[in-house]
Design a protein around this ligand. Sequence first.
Ligand SMILES: Nc1nc2c(ncn2[C@@H]2O[C@H](COP(=O)(O)OP(=O)(O)OP(=O)(O)O)[C@@H](O)[C@H]2O)c(=O)[nH]1
Ligand SMILES: [Mg+2]
Length: 441
Amino acid sequence: MFDKLSDGLRNAITSLRKAVVVDKKVIKEFIKEVQKALISSDVNVNLVLEISKRIEDRGLLEKPPGLLDRKEHIIKITYDELTSLLGKGEKINLKKGDKILLVGIQGSGKTTTAAKLARYYNKKGFKVGLICADTFRAGAYTQLMQLAEEIKAPFYGDRNEKISLNIIRKGLEILKDKDVIIIDSEGRNKLDDDLMRDINIVYKEIKPQHVLLVLDGTIGQLAGEQAEAFKRACNVTGVILTKLDGTAKGGGAISACKTTNAKVYFIGVGEHNDEFEEFDAPRFVSKILGFGDIEGLLEKAQEMEITDEMTNRLIKGKFTLNDLYVQIQEIKKLGSLNKIVEMLPTGGIKIPKEVMEMQDEKLKFYKFMMDSMTKKEKENPEIIESKRVARIACGSGRKEQEVYELLKQYKVMKRYVKTMNDERKLASFMKKLGMGKMANM
Ligand SMILES: Nc1nc2c(ncn2[C@@H]2O[C@H](COP(=O)(O)OP(=O)(O)OP(=O)(O)O)[C@@H](O)[C@H]2O)c(=O)[nH]1
Ligand SMILES: [Mg+2]
């Protein structure tokens, strides 16, 4: 999926990585490649220019965050900008009793999507019923019935009935014990008044909570216009883009929906029932840019942010219960930190044994107790006296003794942090080791 776009962008990244120095010329070369990839995916030229300018400006001006070098930073900027180009990725708030009406022009993929969606929500634990309300196309009934059989979803249709509203009414009655009903409607070969009138008649009678517009992704940026037209004509709540597997124009289709504020909830990536995904822009972009790469980068960019903020607080002598929680998690993750600490110029700082031996279970209880504390209490645990202890114990369902234990742990850790009177040196040493997170210590 998205092979062409993905190849283009990955090639751009490979060339960037090969550059010896990152100067304006290299950035411009990189952007040119990115532009080519986006335009070949039918992304609107103005959007491509906007995004290029932002990558260039940010790449030249911004200081790389965290442990990123300049090249990595430019890749991360590209990831950020592509993610915002494609929209957030939204989730449908589906509740029991909801009805979903699928609309769209002929051949966009409504019937196929009805089955995919039913399968998807079935897997999420909803009992889903399917209704074929398409009286326009011969074969519509059999098509959905067969798909419903494949996914073992209850189905209602009536090939002798010519009025779709009658079918829907009857279907809703027959399938009334189901949690969610998906209604497949008829398509027309163009966006005509008749189609809109029919959809509106159904809408007014059925009052579905969700009207999902099924759009064929192969039309590229034209998807935006179609989404707008449908939104004007009926109460579309979101979009499902289909056939993104067989088109190079997917980038254009998704970005055009974003531009018209149409929420893309799902994408269809094949004819089969399971070739269907929730649309999640960050995940989608990392997939086309190369998962491993991006995840590593994002982590690296984060590491220092935490480090800086926490180191600063530690230098100011502030150490909160929240810090304690993060620290214990980190230490546990690292396990062999003691060994590294021994290598430090200051040497000999030992991590308290209790912390190293802490069990995950206990850490979970700490979290419960901390969730029952006020912000003030977490920042200044010293104010927690017996009355507060009782309240926290009660609120978190733990024993008072456990709250005292947590407070004791906090004191031990705070003393430990204090012994590192030169956290700044420690932080920079850790950074050199390439272990940003440890610099939290
Ligand atoms: N490759 C691919 N094909 C798809 C996808 N979704 C649908 N199709 C195919 O597109 C064609 C039309 O799909 P339908 O589900 O019948 O479209 P429709 O909107 O119900 O069509 P009408 O009922 O005639 O309006 C079928 O051949 C599907 O197999 C997809 O995500 N990928
Ligand atoms: Mg159909």
